[in-house]
Design a binder for this molecule. Sequence first.
Ligand code: PBG
Length: 342
Amino acid sequence: MLILEYPRVRPRRLRKIKVIRDLVAEARISIKDLIMPIFVTEGIQKPQEIRSMPGIYRYDLNSLIRFISNSLNYGIKAFLLFGIPRSKDDIGSETLRRDSVTYKAISTIKREFGEEVIIFADLCLCGYTSHAHCGLVRTAKRGSREYMVIDNDETLRIYGKIAVNYAEAGADFIAPSGMMDGMVLAIRNALDTAGFTDVGIMSYSVKYASNFYGPFREALNSAPRFGDRKSYQMDPRNAKEALKEILLDIVEGADILMVKPALAYLDIIRLVKDFVPYYPLAAYSVSGEYAMIKAASMKGWIDEKRVVLELVHSIKRAGADLIITYYAVDIAKWINEGYDPF
Ligand code: PBG
């Protein structure tokens, strides 16, 4: 038997100095991997900071254009757009209008920046409906019992129309986040029928009923007024079910797949990437993740830049190709400044 009196293989040799560590590093972040979520609304004179997301704002159209142009200077070119309408109703009719803030934002951004930027238009009803559910709500009866249900297939019809509306405004990708069954197929059909065969779909394929969405719901005022989203978003206890959702989205015609949230679901990102290595996979590091890091760093308890860079690399290492993060512009700035904590 060979007895090693001292280690011949020494992993530490590859960790000795930064230049070597950089040479052999497995996961790398590029500014080109990052997508910045943006919020646009009407009826405000200047950007409004979101209370539970310090540093993130609701923009009016003019300040949004300035924000995008500033982000472009740092190399951020992909944006996930959320419109916040002035008025909400039962069916979210504002989403279908050509004078809606979302439509105007998409078309203005595209007029200003053309092919320099990519717009992913988030498609959902929760920000537009008075009940704040992601689908249409209807009362159902079973015997003498009456209860509220989310009408999946009726919702699909509206999703198709919204997709065409956003495509017409100039969206490059439609990003349906409502977790309705068949949403990708309904949107693909509607887009193709309207002639928008070149508009892509980034589907929120694997979206969990997570408690990390709190700050986002404050931003959109979209916390459900009754019940919860557990009948359409995934149960956090499930992993294998993610593959079922992924398969469906592929069959239905999605171009980019997504797992959301990111940090508590790194195992799911890895699982999905290994399952379909040939599809671009996005991971959405959500508002609650941003808020946690921000809060701890504002208390002086963690080093924000180091923690953020560690976390985005962990998301990348888990298998994500694209990362949607509220830190996108900050990260790009830090990288441009040559900041490198590794
Ligand atoms: C729903 C939607 C949600 C987010 C984006 N679109 C979650 C929800 O309210 O259920 C969350 C994003 C975040 O927390 O950053 N259509």
